[in-house]
Every structure is written in structure tokens, then in C-alpha cells.
Design a protein around this ligand. Structure first.
Ligand SMILES: [Zn+2]
Length: 510
């Protein structure tokens, strides 16, 4: 059954449904993502969703009080005459591929609410763009939009916003009337992104603008330095995008620096441009933006160190006297979907000749369970194995159980073995904030070395005392080496030396 269409003009409000299915997948994580993960983190429907996305509500608890859907509701309110209809909203933290059962459950919740919503003029969806679903070829987000479209009248419009790490595909882009992406990395502009999507969609539904699009897909999976929006080389690209949007007729510009850790064989950066009815303008701006992004992608990502070299460098670092040197475990980035159970830095520390007061978080739910009932102060001979199924070296330690914590930062116990302090975690650890260690009665500022499972965001919380940041490669689920070894359908940077993006673009968009 097709839902009927209403015009939303002549004094009758526009009816627009809104919802979210949001997950960033990591193909090499042995931890699958299930319905329970979404239910634990974020799953709201109907009136509950409407309240959470209001200005007095909390949309994504413990992340963002106001995210995309709050922004969308604000755009609806600002436009006036819009009846915004809450559907369903689901988000889980980045982790392994979503199981097929879970994906069908997510779609079932969204489409059930859509059927119950009655006639709609349009739908707005907050998506990630780099979901990975077990056994599903092609873009999961394209499948989500396809199922939504199947329930709408042909004239209804669909808008979607994305994380700027999304992997755009022809099947996805072609189905969308309005497409926008975050403009900040790390991401803080979730609500403004939802506002822009809602604003463009409402104007289009009212016939005030006629969105036409052009996009390009660049044969790049890694590049652009640290890909931070306010740091060279990407700063100049984001600044140019804002200037492009000031040109008459340009409705939106988007840049995607793809999350490279899904199972897709068609990964690539992309650019997307929406104009008001002017196809040739859209094509010209898309080419211009693609040229800028291509140029910026020549800047390589930072150089990585082995765990042994990183510890040696930290031991002699002059910055160590001012606070901990940070080792970024780039192969086990929990914020990008890795499980956080790598034992390789601990292994290097154990064999290091230099005693370093080190803080190391490790996901090891089995070891956590055996230590959970033990008394503080007790001494144990333990074997740290990391995440089950993660093929990590086993590290034998004689260690004292010195603290435990159970908070929104996860369940964990602290083991002290000589100078090494290891937080054994029941859940994938994200020690971005010093509170992760403070809750275990550890002052991070007194450490020589602290291990992070996050690329950049943690720096905001350790600005005053951690001055050296060493990227470490340890062979885990977010390994850049594995990205480079994974076969892609077309030659891509940086595995191949390419002088032009156009040939790759034609292949990737065909
Ligand atoms: Zn992202």
C-alpha cells in the first residue's frame, strides 16, 4: 500500500517523518553488533523520540544533548507549518558488523512507524554512511532508503544527513533529494547538520527551491593528513566549501573522507553538491571541490611507530617531565569500531628494559569476570588475552588488584604489575576523558605513558599536560596495513600512485 500524498500548501501543514539508523562498522572486529547494543545505547520511538529531540530533551544521552533530529525539529519550527512526525531512532557505538537479524529489526521498527504515520510529504533520516551488515552486498544505507521510499508516494521527498566518514554509492545518492554531511572532524555539528537537511527539505517540498545534484567519488581511501577540519591540509577545503555555499544557487556542499574499515570493495572519498535547479552549476562546483579534495589527499597520514619504538621514544621524550606521553593505538581505535582488546603495547612494555609508569586499557571480559569478585589488595597470577577471537598475544602477569569502577565509562578493574597499570575492561574501553582513570584512583598527570583508543578527540581533555602524541601500529581491527592490503575494485590512493581522480570517479560511480 502506498501512503497518500498531501501537498503541504494552501494552509495545510507539511507532514514530514524523521528518524535515524546510525552505526559505523568495523569489518575486522570480532564483536558483532546486535539489537541489544542499540537498545543499550540509543533506541527511541514515537512520543519518546519527540520529547528527546525537543530543546528541553536529551537526544543522545552521554554524547550529545542535541543532535541531528533536534536540529531537524528546529528547522521545522523555524519554517512554520510543518507537522514533524517522530518515527524511530537507533544508534550503537562503532563496533563489528551489524548482524542480519539486527538490521532487519532496525528496518522493521522504522517501517512500522512509517506505516502508522499516515500520509507523509517527506522523510528525513539521520544516517552514518559506513554501516557494515553481515552478508549484505552494497550500501546498507541504500537499502534503508529503498525500504523507506517503497512506502512513500513517488512525489514524496527524502532527505538524509551523514557522518563525513560515510561511503557514498550510486544506489544511495540517486535515491536522495537532499543530502548533507557533518563539516567538523571530530564531529560536534550534529544539530546544525540536521537543521540544514530539514531546511533544504522543507524549502524543496514547498517548491521554493528545486534541488539538483552532482557528485564525484575519488579513488582515495587514506590521505589528508590527520583529516581534522581545522588543521591543514583539510582546513582549506572546508573553508572553500563554506565560500561555495555563498554563491547564488548553491544549496549545499558535502565532503566525505571515508571510514576505511568496512568490508566494502568500493571505498572512496566523495564530494556532493546541491544547487537550485542548475545542473551545470552543480557539475562545475562538484569538479572544483573534487580537485581541492584530491589535492589535499596527497598529504599522507601521520607516520606510525611500532610499540617497541614508541615506548623507547616516550622514555627519552623531554615532554615526559610535564605529563604523560600519549600512545595512540591506531590499530585498535574503539571510536572507529575496534574492540579495544589489543595486548601488544602491554607485551612491549613487559619486555621493555625501561620502567615506565604506564596506563593501559584492555578489553578482556573473561578476565574481568574472574577478578570481579576478588578483594582489593589481593595478588593474582593472571593471563591477559584481550577481546575473545581477536588473536592477541597472551601476557602472563603477577598483579595486584588495586581498584574497580562501574560507571557510564564501563565496568573495569585496575591491575598494578610493577609500574604498569592495566585497566581490565568488561566493555570496549574509551578512556577519552581523564575520569576513566580518576574513577580508578589514578591521576593521569603522574603517568609517564598513557594509551588512547581514539584518534584525536581525547586531546581536548588532556590539553594542559600531554604534549607528545605517538601513533602506534599494533595489528588490530583498525589497522591501516590491512586497509592497504584489502582489494578494492579500482586502484586507490595511497596504495597506488595516481595523478588524476577522473578515471577512478567514472569507475566508482558506474
Ligand atoms: Zn565520523
Amino acid at each position: 500500500m502506498k501512503l497518500g500524498r498531501t501537498l503541504g500548501r494552501g494552509g495545510r501543514p507539511l507532514r514530514i517523518g524523521y528518524g535515524r539508523i546510525f552505526h559505523e562498522g568495523c569489518a575486522d572486529s570480532p564483536v558483532p553488533t546486535t539489537e541489544a547494543d542499540f537498545r543499550r545505547m540509543h533506541h527511541l520511538e514515537g512520543a519518546e523520540l519527540e520529547a528527546a529531540a525537543g530543546l528541553r530533551g536529551t537526544e543522545l544521552k552521554s554524547f550529545f544533548p542535541h543532535a541531528e533530529l533536534t536540529g531537524f525539529l528546529q528547522a521545522s519550527r523555524a519554517a512554520g507549518g510543518v507537522d514533524a512526525v517522530p518515527l524511530s531512532s537507533s544508534l550503537a557505538v562503532p563496533s563489528g558488523p551489524v548482524t542480519r537479524e539486527c538490521f532487519e529489526w532496525l528496518l522493521e521498527r522504522l517501517t512500522t512507524r512509517l506505516r502508522e504515520a499516515g500520509p507523509l510529504d517527506g522523510v528525513y533520516l539521520a544516517l552514518h554512511g559506513s554501516m557494515d551488515v553481515v552478508g549484505l552486498e552494497g550500501s546498507p544505507e541504500a537499502e534503508i532508503v529503498r525500504r523507506v521510499r517503497a512506502l512513500l508516494a513517488p512525489e514524496a521527498m527524502v532527505a538524509a544527513s551523514f557522518d563525513l566518514h560515510g561511503n557514498m554509492t550510486p544506489a544511495l545518492v540517486e535515491q536522495l533529494d537532499v543530502l548533507v554531511a557533518y563539516r567538523t572532524n571530530p564531529h560536534w555539528d550534529l544539530a546544525p547538520t540536521g537543521f540544514r537537511a530539514g531546511n533544504r527539505l522543507i524549502r524543496a517540498l514547498r517548491g521554493h527551491v528545486t534541488p539538483v545534484k552532482a557528485w564525484r567519488k575519488l579513488p582515495v581511501v587514506l590521505g589528508g593528513g590527520m583529516t581534522i577540519d581545522f588543521v591543514s591540509p583539510m582546513r582549506a577545503v572546508f573553508r572553500a566549501m563554506r565560500a561555495m555555499e555563498q554563491r547564488p544557487g548553491v544549496l549545499a556542499t558535502s565532503l566525505f573522507m571515508v571510514h576505511p574499515f568496512t568490508s566494502s570493495r568500493e571505498l572512496g572519498w566523495s564530494v556532493h553538491v546541491l544547487t537550485d535547479g542548475d545542473q551545470s552549476l552543480a557539475e562545475r562546483v562538484a569538479d572544483e571541490l573534487a580537485d581541492l579534495a584530491w589535492q589535499a589527499s596527497e598529504t599522507p597520514i601521520p607516520e606510525f611507530y611500532s610499540a617497541d619504538d614508541a615506548l623507547a621514544r616516550a622514555a627519552t621524550s623531554p615532554w615526559r617531565r610535564l605529563g604523560p606521553v600519549t600512545l595512540v593505538d591506531t590499530d585498535d581505535i574503539v571510536g572507529a569500531g575496534a574492540p579495544g582488546g589489543s595486548t601488544r603495547i602491554l607485551e612491549a612494555l613487559v619486555r621493555s628494559p625501561r620502567p615506565l609508569r604506564a596506563l593501559i586499557p584492555i578489553h578482556d571480559p573473561a578476565l574481568y569476570a574472574t577478578l570481579d569478585g576478588e578483594a582489593l589488595g589481593s595478588v593474582h597470577d593472571v593471563v591477559v588475552r584481550g577481546t575473545p577471537g581477536y588473536a592477541q598475544p597472551e601476557i602472563a602477569l603477577r598483579a595486584k588488584l588495586v581498584a574497580r569502577s562501574d560507571s557510564e565509562l564501563g565496568r573495569r578493574v585496575l591491575l598494578a604489575a610493577g609500574e604498569a597499570h592495566v585497566a581490565i575492561c568488561a566493555e570496549p574501553p574509551l578512556p577519552i576523558h581523564p575520569r576513566f582513570w580518576a574513577e580508578l584512583e589514578v591521576d593521569v598527570r603522574a603517568a609517564d605513558v598513557m594509551v588512547q583508543k581514539n584518534f584525536f578527540h581525547y586531546r581536548i581533555f588532556h590539553l594542559g599536560y600531554s604534549f607528545e602524541h605517538i601513533p602506534v601500529t599494533t595489528s588490530g581491527a583498525t589497522s591501516v596495513r590491512r586497509v592497504l592490503e584489502r582489494a578494492q575494485r579500482v586502484p586507490v590512493r595511497p596504495s597506488m600512485t595516481l595523478t588524476d581522480w577522473r578515471e577512478g570517479d567514472r569507475a566508482l560511480r558506474s
